[in-house]
Structure formats: structure tokens, C-alpha cells
Ligand binder design. Structure first.
Ligand code: FNR
Length: 189
């Protein structure tokens, strides 16, 4: 069975190392996972003043999440948390009250940083937000990727064989997780 995976890249930077990681992950994924990026860069800053009438950009954003069978968050760590843009996007998706886009959506979190702990603190922060938003999360494997120059080339090829194997296994585990969650929780349940 084929599953649609919507992925978020937490960074808005052109040279984002997390965008490189996402490209590599897609290449290493099982064939029956189909990917599309869910962009949040054009969302205004959220306020509940919008709840009565979401702007088209926010409606399209929520529709893109609804389209996906599962969500993959590939995010940097900024100041020991997730980037503000990503948090803003999650706040948009979680509302208006009663239309939380994350409810029962199988999700996984991964990220890379030049630092030794490889976004571990940001991932814990994101997991806590996603828990509140009722997204079933893949608990294991965890993936804290320390980015060294050249680890992923411009074509998205991973140059270190052990990291490549690890990332391939991570995506295989995500595929199994999506299949398991969607078998017990049909999308319209
Ligand atoms: C960082 N960086 C960083 N790294 C880290 O491991 N922990 C942290 O808390 C932070 N904090 C932080 C704050 C801000 C505002 C910036 C711009 C950067 C460094 C960060 O990991 C590095 O810039 C990566 O390149 C960010 O990933 P993207 O945006 O290139 O995908």
C-alpha cells in the first residue's frame, strides 16, 4: 500500500542543512512512501482573531495536511527549541478549535545540527507539542544527526555509509509505523 507523507522543513534558510537531510531521506525511503513538502513560509503570524475566517493561505495549508496520510518533521534546533516559523505553522494547523489537523496523524521527528547533540532538545520540544496536538508519534528509532561538512552532497546523497544505513532504516521504520497506525486508526475514524 502507498502512503502519502507530507513533510515540514523547519528551516526557511536557502542553504538549510535540514532541507539537505530531507532530500536524502526521500531518496532512501521505501518506494511506497510518496512525499510532498508542506510549506509554511507564507503564513502570517497566527492569532485566534483569524479563527472566524481563515485566509486562503491557511486553508490551503490545512488542506495539504489533511491530504497526507502521515507527517515527517525535519527541523533544526534554534535556541534549544524549534524555529518560530514552524511553531507558528503548528499553531495555525491546530486551530480553529475542533479542527486540529494533527489529530490521529502518524508523525515522525528528525533533524540535524552541527552541534554534537544533533537537535535533541528541539526534538523533545516538538514531541511535546505534537503530543498535545494528539499526533501519534514514532518513538523509536530516534535520529539526532550531527552535520559535518559534506555529510550530504548537493544531490542529496549521504557520503557516510553508516549514516546512510541508519537513515534508510529510520525511513523503513517510519513506513512500518504508518502502516500499523493507519490499520488500527483509519483516517476517517
Ligand atoms: C542556531 N544553531 C543551533 N544549533 C544547535 O545545535 N542548537 C541550538 O540551540 C542552536 N541555536 C541556533 C539559533 C539560531 C537563531 C540559529 C540561526 C542557529 C545552529 C544551527 O544548528 C545551524 O545554523 C544549522 O545550519 C541550522 O539548520 P538549517 O537552518 O541550516 O537547516
Amino acid at each position: 500500500k502507498t502512503y502519502k507523507v507530507g513533510y515540514f522543513i523547519g528551516s526557511l534558510a536557502k542553504a538549510s542543512i535540514n532541507r539537505k537531510l530531507a532530500t536524502a531521506l526521500i531518496k532512501l525511503s521505501p518506494e511506497n512512501l510518496k512525499f510532498s513538502e508542506i510549506s509554511f513560509k507564507d503564513l502570517p503570524l497566527y492569532s485566534y482573531d483569524y479563527d472566524a475566517d481563515y485566509p486562503p493561505v491557511a486553508k490551503a495549508f490545512k488542506a495539504a495536511i489533511a491530504e497526507a496520510d502521515a507527517l515527517l518533521f525535519v527541523t533544526p534546533e534554534y535556541n534549544r527549541s524549534i524555529p518560530g516559523g514552524l511553531k507558528n505553522a503548528i499553531d495555525w494547523a491546530s486551530r480553529p478549535y475542533g479542527t486540529n489537523s494533527f489529530a490521529r496523524k502518524p508523525s515522525a521527528v528528525i533533524g540535524t545540527s552541527p552541534g554534537a547533540i544533533g537537535t535533541a532538545v528541539a526534538q523533545q520540544s516538538l514531541r511535546s507539542v505534537l503530543s498535545f496536538c494528539n499526533a501519534p508519534q514514532m518513538n523509536a528509532p530516534e535520529a539526532y544527526i550531527q552535520f559535518k561538512p559534506g555529510l550530504i552532497d548537493d544531490q542529496g546523497e549521504v557520503t557516510d555509509p553508516s549514516t546512510e544505513t541508519f537513515l534508510r532504516d529510520y525511513m523503513e521504520a517510519f513506513h512500518i509505523f504508518i502502516a500499523r497506525v493507519t490499520s488500527v486508526l483509519p483516517r476517517d475514524a
